[in-house]
Design a protein. Structure first.
Length: 358
């Protein structure tokens, strides 16, 4: 295997956010045994010859691990050639000493889950930090020497207005971070947010306002020097998320930890999404994963689905061109340098376009 990325799923959270349907647990007392299992998996699956380009600690809340635990996982992975090692973090978990220690063990990119710069919105989302703690976390990371920082924001919250969304964008710009990821609030069926909406206790944002907020985001960030390189992601020059880009450009990756997914260009593999079962099976050397061999049709579908999320789009085939004609005529797709890509108008209905093309 050539170049690859490594993703480590850290499922621990102090509490679950209202919108979350990721595999996570509040059983913080199990962190050490989990780290031991992840180290064992890394030692089993990653060879000395592996050319690891990127490492990404995602979650959950990876910043709930100690620096020493994170270092042990990195040692097992041994990413000597890695150009990007990212840690997702909750603002409340970061102090200057911890940030400096993280830099010292090789973390060179921080992804800070801010979600909003308004306290009332953070309370609604049931985040455990304040808007000021969010700002302070970024400033501390900068002071600790991090020059590649990403922040997350969520828009289209119930009751959110264009004015309050513009405030969030403006506050993000003040921090001068290298990367911003913005996601529309989604009502995942396994989340408490979905249940509350089903009971009529929460009213989702109007679709027209949701689209207008997205357009405002794209317009404002690009006007301030960010490249809109993927549907939800914006970066300063040369600061794209290299790890996440591997998902969109067909680079193989290994997923470590409970619920983590892997891809080797031929098959997908996923670990059991149960912390106790994962630890038990891993440490007893019994099977803890499932996998499927991808058909040519599945590979082509993923190529279209993932490639159209990026600003570069996908190469054109005669079959694809025929299917794309209605969207080319409507201005929702365009062709540049013989590559098919979504326009700003097309990004609003990207899922519908992808379904028609595959």
């Amino acid at each position: 295997m050539g170049k690859l990325g490594v993703y480590i799923h850290v499922p621990f959270c102090k509490s679950r956010c209202i919108y979350c349907d990721f595999f996570s647990t509040t059983q913080l007392e199990k962190r050490e045994e989990y780290v031991q299992a992840v180290v064992a998996e890394a030692q089993q699956r990653i060879t000395q010859s592996a050319d690891i380009q990127t490492v990404y600690f995602g979650g959950g809340t990876p910043s709930l691990l100690s620096v020493e635990q994170i270092e042990r996982i990195l040692t097992a992975i041994n990413p000597v050639n890695a150009v990007e090692i990212t840690l997702e973090a909750n603002p409340g978990d970061l102090n200057l000493d911890k940030l400096r220690a993280l830099r010292n063990i090789g973390i060179n990119r921080m992804s800070i889950g801010i979600q909003s710069f308004r306290d009332e919105e953070l309370r609604f989302l049931e985040r455990r930090h304040t808007a000021q703690e969010a700002r302070d976390a970024v400033l501390k990371a900068q002071k600790a020497g991090f020059d590649n920082i990403s922040i997350d924001l969520i828009y289209a919250l119930p009751g959110q207005t264009m004015e309050t969304w513009q405030y969030n964008i403006a506050e993000a710009l003040k921090l001068n971070v290298q990367h911003i990821s913005c996601y529309c609030l989604t009502f995942e069926t396994q989340s408490r947010l979905y249940r509350l909406a089903s009971e009529g206790k929460i009213t989702p944002a109007d679709e027209e306002l949701e689209n207008a907020m997205y357009d405002e985001l794209c317009k404002t960030l690009t006007a301030n020097g960010y490249t809109h390189y993927e549907v939800s992601n914006f970066s300063k020059p040369n600061c794209r998320s290299q790890h996440n880009s591997s998902y969109w450009n067909n680079t193989p990756y290994i997923g470590l930890g409970a619920g983590a997914h892997s891809y080797d260009e031929q098959k997908r593999r996923w670990n059991i999404a149960d912390l106790s079962a994962y630890v038990k099976h891993l440490l007893s050397m019994s099977k803890y994963w499932e996998e499927e061999l991808l058909t040519p049709e599945q590979k082509e579908m993923e190529h279209i689905m993932l490639g159209l999320r990026t600003c570069e789009g996908i190469s054109i085939t005669n079959d694809l061109l025929a299917k794309a004609q209605p969207f080319l005529h409507s201005g929702q797709l365009a062709i540049t340098d013989n590559r098919l890509h979504a326009t700003q108008q097309g990004l609003h209905i990207l899922n519908r376009i992808i379904e028609a093309l595959v």
